[in-house]
Design a protein around this ligand. Structure first.
Ligand code: ZN
Ligand code: ZN
Length: 284
């Protein structure tokens, strides 16, 4: 099929089947090539596992694949921080992604241990296995009801698993400052993802204080108001203005290349990489 001309030849935000996208890294790159996109950043949630496959496909298809990640972090509520040009093998970054991957399971085991101490033994392993990688308190509540420890969810959460309940264990959270730090340690540039989705204007100064490098301005969920507001904030705080399609699946009306950046912005991002980290002379 003939290549199309992309609206944006560089798209800095997309997900593969390594997180919650539906295309494998290889097929994602093929889709970018088909749409005439010259460069992409693969920004899977809390993992860089798709990078090697995407790069191999990119080398074949003439698409430059930049290392990326979208870290789920916490700043009083969940915030997403994009990391660009990170070294996927950096030990600090690998430790964080491993922690993100296993945190929910560790919490489920800790809650079950507490329930055991309270005289309500539960084996966490079948609960974890049944939750398909996303175990949470509702899964444990269902197991408690099935075991006859409580009559319904209301009772479980009112008596045991509510935030102040005796069997609750708070979820381990990566703070936004920690996310920015680990991105920098891995040689990357930290960008606030889609801040207009759930207005993060008020948090921008704190994130800047923590070392934020950029704000994602062009994103499918941003209307003109959000774009204007965050462009002004970016100028005020000397932040790079990035963009990407946040592509997840081909059925979506938003395609790779519908949102992105130009060569000048990419050059500015590369220039913003921390000097003391990273591979000499190379673009990761
Ligand atoms: Zn996100
Ligand atoms: Zn995303």
């Amino acid at each position: 099929m003939a290549r199309q001309t992309a609206r944006h030849p560089i798209d800095l935000h997309m997900h593969s089947s390594m997180s919650d996208g539906t295309l494998s890294p290889r097929r994602l790159v093929a889709e970018a090539a088909r749409r005439g996109v010259r460069a992409i950043a693969l920004t899977d949630h809390d993992t860089t596992a798709g990078l090697a496959e995407a790069r191999a496909a990119g080398a074949r298809l003439g698409v430059r694949v930049l290392a990326g990640i979208e870290l789920s972090a916490w700043i009083g509520r969940e915030v997403h921080i994009l990391g660009y040009f990170v070294d996927p093998n950096h030990p600090g970054l690998m430790a964080v992604t491993e922690r993100q991957r296993t945190g929910r399971e560790r919490r489920a085991r800790a809650i079950c241990a507490k329930l055991g101490e309270l005289g309500m033994p539960l084996d966490p392993e079948p609960i974890i296995a049944g939750a398909e990688g996303n175990v949470g308190r509702p899964h444990i509540a269902a197991a408690m009801i099935a075991a006859g420890y409580a009559r319904n969810n209301q009772e479980v959460f009112d008596t045991w698993l509510g935030n102040q309940g005796p069997a609750n264990v708070p979820i381990e959270r990566l703070s936004a400052a920690e996310a920015i730090d680990v991105i920098h340690a891995a040689g990357g540039v930290a960008v606030l993802a889609h801040p207009g989705v759930d207005d993060f204007s008020a948090e921008v100064p704190t994130l800047v204080e923590a070392g934020l490098d950029g704000i994602e301005i062009l994103h499918p969920a941003h209307g003109g108001d959000a774009i204007d507001r965050f462009r002004a904030l970016a100028r005020q705080h000397d932040l790079i203005q990035t963009g990407g399609s946040d592509f997840h699946r081909p059925e979506s009306p938003v395609k790779i290349g519908h949102f992105g950046v130009d060569d000048g912005t990419l050059a500015a991002m590369l220039a913003r990489r921390p000097r003391d980290a990273g591979a000499p002379g190379g673009v990761r």
